[in-house]
Design a protein around this ligand. Structure first.
Ligand SMILES: NC(=O)c1ccc[n+]([C@@H]2O[C@H](COP(=O)([O-])OP(=O)(O)OC[C@H]3O[C@@H](n4cnc5c(N)ncnc54)[C@H](OP(=O)(O)O)[C@@H]3O)[C@@H](O)[C@H]2O)c1
Length: 312
């Protein structure tokens, strides 16, 4: 008889998993937006939290705000300055030091990332390289630096923050989308590599989220990109972060929020890992119909682009 528990091997109850007391949660990009709210959610569940980012003043401000959500006086909330995209050896050394101070990382949330919009024609090579280095290599360096010790302990959670743009290529996001597609490949391969060692991987696919990063991104967004991406709605970072922490601890592979994002994620699920048999049956039963809806959306997106570029 085929053993499905290989794919859905829950080792403890949901409530046990939601108690993060004395567990260390490390968050890159923890000083702003989704990362900061993920830190707040982890702190509310009792975790000790390390925030990683480059700007010291923003880290201090975030640490002070996040600390107000602590549920115990014993909780440690610390910040560490690090550019995760700069140099692998430096990242490895710094994260080793962080673990000496804060304890072994139990949940790693890779949230640092950025979107600089522009069609491939208009985007500078400098901006393209910046996004590849931060979104892709920054995430890869951080995971690679922490993974050996997670594997030794045979436990842990790794969250990779991609985007809905990791599922569909969108006008004006050619490079950003490429970096996020790459993260999906990383997450799927890593899932297979680490699941047998007791480590779970979650790929977060947030829709547009109202963060300082999103505000910045809006400045470089072509009109067609805005019109297409706003069809998915705009979410609050606290709502997105709560879903990420919940889905991670529920050991779901995809974490997403909102009806439309849920449909796109299900439609693009392909050979991705699933978190339950009911999810697999639901996806397979509606897939054919959803392909029609997807075709309608991609066709209407193309019409938006043609209209914005005055092409008949
Ligand atoms: N907001 C959205 O609509 C949206 C939608 C889908 C996916 N996402 C993804 O979600 C993640 C978070 O987005 P957000 O909007 O919350 O971002 P955000 O508000 O701009 O925050 C980005 C965080 O990353 C840190 N960071 C940036 N570069 C770094 C580097 N080289 N090394 C270390 N830390 C660095 C920033 O601090 P410093 O600048 O001080 O380093 C900050 O803490 C990103 O990966 C983004 O692509 C966002």
């Amino acid at each position: 008889m085929f053993n499905f528990s290989i794919f859905f091997p829950y080792s403890c109850t949901k409530n046990e998993r939601r108690n993060l007391s004395e567990k260390h949660c490390l968050i890159t990009g923890g000083s702003s937006g989704i990362g900061k709210w993920a830190a707040i959610e982890a702190v509310k569940l009792g975790a000790n939290v390390s925030l990683i980012a480059r700007n010291n003043d923003r880290l201090i401000k975030a640490r002070d705000e996040i600390s107000t959500y602590a549920i115990s006086e014993k909780q440690k909330i610390q910040y560490f300055t690090l550019d995760i995209s700069a140099d692998y050896e430096h990242t490895e050394k710094t994260l080793c030091e962080v673990e000496k101070i804060m304890g072994a990382v139990y949940i790693l949330i890779n949230c640092a990332g950025t979107a600089i919009c522009g069609t491939l024609e208009n985007l500078s090579i400098k901006d393209a390289q910046y996004m590849v280095n931060l979104n892709f290599y920054g995430t890869l360096y951080t995971i690679k630096a922490l993974l050996p010790r997670m594997k030794e302990r045979k436990e842990g959670y790794i969250v990779i923050t991609a985007s809905q743009a990791a599922l569909i290529g969108i006008y004006g996001l050619s490079v950003y989308s490429s970096t996020k597609f790459a993260l999906r490949g990383l997450a799927e391969s890593l899932y297979m590599e680490v699941k047998p060692h007791g480590i779970h991987v979650t790929l977060a696919m947030p829709p547009d989220t109202d963060t300082p990063g999103f505000e910045q991104e809006e400045k470089s967004k072509p009109l067609a990109t805005s019109l297409i991406s706003e069809t998915g709605g705009l979410y609050k970072p606290e709502v997105v972060a709560e879903a990420i922490i919940r889905d991670t601890l529920d050991e779901k592979f995809f974490s997403t929020i909102g009806f439309k994002s849920g449909i796109v994620t299900a439609l693009c699920s392909g050979m991705s890992p699933a978190s339950s048999l009911s999810e697999v049956f639901l996806q397979s039963s509606v897939m054919g119909f959803m392909r029609l809806i997807a075709f309608y959306f991609s066709h209407s997106f193309l019409k938006i682009v043609k209209k914005c570029e005055n092409i008949q």
